[in-house]
Unconditional design. Structure first.
Length: 52
């Protein structure tokens, strides 16, 4: 099973998280960060069977 990591966040002027820095973690490496909105992150994880 793949592993994933969130390493950062973007916030709007109201200090609300709007995007996440999302990485795929492999045996020997970690992918570069992909900026994902909350909606896209939750959609991606739920498609993989990961529920938050």
């Amino acid at each position: 099973m793949a592993k994933y990591r969130i390493t950062g966040v973007w916030k709007n002027a109201n200090n609300v998280i709007t995007h996440y820095a999302f990485h795929t973690v492999g045996e020997n490496s970690t992918s570069r960060a992909v900026k994902k909105s909350k909606q896209m992150l939750f959609h991606s994880l739920s498609a993989l069977g990961i529920w938050l």
